[in-house]
Write a protein that binds this ligand. Structure first.
Ligand SMILES: [Zn+2]
Length: 71
């Protein structure tokens, strides 16, 4: 359903810090919803940000850390 607006009122919080459109089922981000979150209330924005902040990030590895010996 490519024509879905992903209206913010359909967006729901799902585990992992993501939001899902309740109508089409797609994962939606800050930039995908309608209307723009900038036009919404401060309360809405802080709730969205707070949930997004719980996102699980992939662990960062340090490749080449053992190859620092000079030739
Ligand atoms: Zn949608």
């Amino acid at each position: 359903m490519p024509l879905c607006l992903h209206h913010v009122q359909w967006a729901r919080e799902i585990p992992g810090g993501f939001h899902q459109c309740g109508l089409c089922g797609e994962l939606v981000a800050w930039a995908d919803v309608y209307p723009k979150p900038e036009d919404l209330t401060e309360d809405f924005r802080s709730r969205w940000k707070a949930h997004e902040a719980t996102q699980v990030r992939a662990p960062v590895t340090a490749p080449g850390a053992a190859a620092a010996t000079p030739a």
